[in-house]
Design a protein around this ligand. Structure first.
Ligand SMILES: CC(C)(COP(=O)(O)OP(=O)(O)OC[C@H]1O[C@@H](n2cnc3c(N)ncnc32)[C@H](O)[C@@H]1OP(=O)(O)O)[C@@H](O)C(=O)NCCC(=O)NCCS
Length: 208
């Protein structure tokens, strides 16, 4: 089984992202122009999952809209190619979006999910999202309701290192990038960072 890592999506990932998008979202895939705009927009951040030994091969992606210090954020999308599912990638991708939203100052993260998508709903619930409403017939042309969900982003808690004790275990997974500036937090992010076979590469802090 491949090990995976996460990296910030680049414009050159557009073809690979669209290949997954159009195969996974049969009736409501975003257009290429729409996705291109998402990748380039100032307040969105997209992350892709790639095999550690083939970093141009995108097997999953996710994006969040998080204006700096607006107080909230919206999960835009998440998708994992069918052959890479069930290994924790979806959980890790969404967890990275939440971590990014926290770094941008968000206290709440919102999303909409199709009412007929119990797998994605299960993923979000397992990460602490709660149902806060329904938008009837939101997804067209299918006429499927959207379930609106919200996560209250837990505050970051920094704990002192144990004096003279053994090196801590279970912390953030090894990264390619610089050490994260946030301390470990009692959030799904910390759990997901330790997901086997997934290395989450954090990006430097973004500033508007
Ligand atoms: C939703 C999706 C991203 C999950 O990706 P994944 O990599 O398979 O997810 P993970 O392996 O991280 O699983 C995380 C959780 O999702 C849920 N889940 C995943 N596969 C599931 C399945 N076959 N049946 C039920 N729940 C499932 C579980 O809650 C799981 O947690 P658990 O492993 O503790 O039980 C993926 O199925 C997908 O791309 N689906 C199509 C696109 C989509 O629906 N996107 C969401 C749009 S709102």
């Amino acid at each position: 089984m491949s090990a995976y890592l996460l990296r910030t999506a680049e414009e050159s990932d557009l073809d690979a992202v669209m290949a997954i998008e159009t195969s996974v979202f049969a009736n409501d895939a975003w257009s290429r122009d729409g996705m291109s705009g998402e990748l380039a927009a100032r307040d969105t951040w997209y992350v892709v999952a790639v095999p550690d030994d083939d970093r141009d091969h995108v097997v999953g992606y996710a994006g969040v809209l998080a204006g700096y210090r607006t107080g909230d954020a919206d999960v835009q999308t998440v998708a994992v190619a069918p052959e890479a599912r069930g290994r924790g990638l979806g959980r890790t991708l969404v967890t990275e979006l939440v971590a990014h939203a926290r770094r941008r100052g968000a206290r709440e993260v919102f999303l909409e999910v199709r009412a007929d998508n119990p797998v994605a709903q299960g993923l979000y619930r397992s990460l602490g999202f709660e149902e806060v409403g329904v938008r009837p017939r939101y997804y067209m042309p299918d006429g499927v309701d959207a379930v609106m969900m919200r996560l209250k982003v837990p505050a970051t808690v920094t704990e002192p290192a144990p004096a003279g004790g053994p090196a801590p275990t279970g912390g953030p997974a090894p990264t390619d990038g610089p050490a994260p500036t946030d301390g470990p937090a009692p959030t799904p992010a910390a759990d997901a960072a330790a997901t086997p076979a997934v290395d989450a590469a954090h990006d430097p802090e973004e500033r508007p």
